[in-house]
Design a binder for this molecule. Structure first.
Ligand code: CO
Length: 478
């Protein structure tokens, strides 16, 4: 009987996709000892947006979460999502900060790093992969899956081979938007198994309703691990239900090693949590959104664009925005829509529509993307777009982080000069999030209250359009 391993994402991607990443650590801990008995291969519990949200909105030290979970989880491996050189933030950090972050994460108990770059520019993964490998962690190189004229099976094999050269232990096909169809899943896994040979982990959001089908076909093609979430935090923009996947795979003759009766106990716990967190749940994100098959907008991004437009009283512009998103994406070199490129494309599309003239107003982030500050785009950006957005400036060619000065010691000194007694972990909070991180370390932040039902929107920032200030809400989808 061949083995298929179950990776449960409830405590990271699950609540990030459905509950605005707001699950409190104290609500995770009571179920861990039971959950740990279920036979799950790995729990994804850290990284992505959790680091940001925990300190910014919940007044929680993200490192404490990792430590507290590790204390209670003995059998199951713990994993995180790392955004390559962006770590768990939204810009490139210097190499010393990356090395320190990965090192401290291993020291605090993490086993598996899933590392991706929004542009699949492997140069942006080198430092984190090498550091984690050196420390003996399992490194999973993730490939952001998307659909575009340049994203062929051959292209994915090429990226996977680049990751294999960096000696990753496994490959993740990371389908942020739920675009992976059963047919492509089968073909892609087959090709990767044949050409690269590493274990394959499938990650596919339920957004379009195809995820379970894609998983089963991928497993038939030889996928070794599948990502799921406990049923109360599953489906919609989240993932296939863990229990159903285990049942289906067992019946098909795959050995998952997971005990369904234990999962039912875990389910009961998360059912209650879902009620408690109902105020964070956007009903729209729980229904399959088949529009994603046309617009390729990942979990979270769609509902956030709705929120943006609602704030501007411009909901009637939604169809225009949805048409604009793929155009902006094409202009920007067919970037996959994942943090941070999903926000860049989403916000720019909204601005283009609201202003009424394309790229008359561009965000700093759009400019940086065109400048090469995030890395190499999958397809080259057309000269006319470069001109329109950069004017006379020219894009850079090298690895973006090569331009960055070491940062860690400087930040550490700054904190010490402020009279704060801090650990290296604390310094990293400040390195990654200089504003909110500092407030957190000074004890100036508070846990936000639970919102009333329907009241939830995460992270907002302001854009100025022709002298008028607009609030734009964007939750990071990965
Ligand atoms: Co995800």
């Amino acid at each position: 009987m061949s083995k298929v391993r179950i990776v449960d994402l409830t405590l990271r991607d699950g609540h990030q996709s459905l509950l605005a990443t707001r699950m409190r650590t104290r609500d995770m801990l009571p179920i861990l000892e039971t959950f740990d008995e279920a036979g799950i291969y790995s729990f994804e519990i850290w990284g992505g947006a959790t680091f940001d949200v925990a300190h910014r909105f919940l007044n929680e030290n993200p490192w404490d979460r990792l430590r507290e979970i590790r204390k209670r989880v003995k059998n199951t491996q713990l994993q995180m999502l790392l955004r390559g050189q962006n770590l768990v933030g939204y810009r490139h950090y210097s190499d010393d900060v990356v090395e320190k972050f990965v090192t401290k994460t291993v020291e605090n108990g993490l086993d598996i790093f899933r590392i991706f770059d929004a542009l699949n520019d492997v140069r942006n993964l080198e430092v984190s992969i090498k550091t984690a490998k050196k420390l003996g962690a399992h490194v999973q190189g993730a490939i952001c899956y998307t659909i575009s004229p340049v994203h062929t099976i051959e292209k994915y094999v090429e990226i996977a081979n680049q990751l294999a050269e960096l000696e990753v232990d496994s490959i993740c096909i990371k389908d942020m938007a739920g675009l992976l169809s059963p047919k492509v899943s089968y073909e892609l896994v087959k090709a990767l198994k044949k050409e690269v040979g590493l274990p394959i982990n499938l990650h596919s959001h339920y957004t379009s309703g195809m995820s379970s089908m894609a998983m089963i076909k991928g497993v038939e093609a030889g996928a070794d691990m599948v990502d799921t979430c406990m049923s109360p935090i599953s489906m919609g923009t989240s993932h296939p239900p863990t229990e159903s996947m285990v049942y289906a795979l067992n019946e098909l003759g795959y050995d998952t090693g997971v005990k369904l009766d234990v999962l039912l106990e875990v389910r009961e716990y998360f059912m209650k949590l879902r009620e408690k967190y109902a105020g964070y749940l956007d009903p729209l994100s729980t229904i399959p959104d088949t529009q994603v098959l046309v617009y390729q907008i990942p979990g979270g991004m769609f509902s956030n664009m709705i929120a943006q437009l609602k704030e501007q009283n411009a909901m009637d512009k939604l169809p225009d925005v949805l048409r604009e998103v793929p155009k902006v994406r094409e202009d920007l070199g067919y970037v996959p829509l994942v943090t941070p490129t999903s926000q860049i494309v989403g916000v720019q599309a909204v601005i283009n529509v609201l202003v009424g003239e394309r790229y008359k107003v561009v965000t700093k982030e759009t400019k940086d993307l065109v400048k090469g500050m995030y890395g190499r785009t999958p397809a080259p950006i057309k000269e006319e777009i470069i001109k329109k957005i950069l004017g006379d400036e020219r894009p850079i060619d090298g690895r973006p982080a090569d331009l960055l000065e070491p940062e860690f010691e400087k930040r550490k000194k700054e904190l010490e000069e402020m009279g704060l007694k801090v650990s290296d972990e604390d310094v990293l909070i400040y390195c990654l999030f200089p504003q909110t991180g500092l407030k957190f370390l000074k004890g100036e932040l508070q846990e936000e209250p639970f919102p009333a039902a329907g009241g939830a929107v995460s992270g907002t920032f302001e854009v100025e359009i022709e002298g008028k200030k607009y609030k734009v809400s964007v939750a990071p989808p990965e």
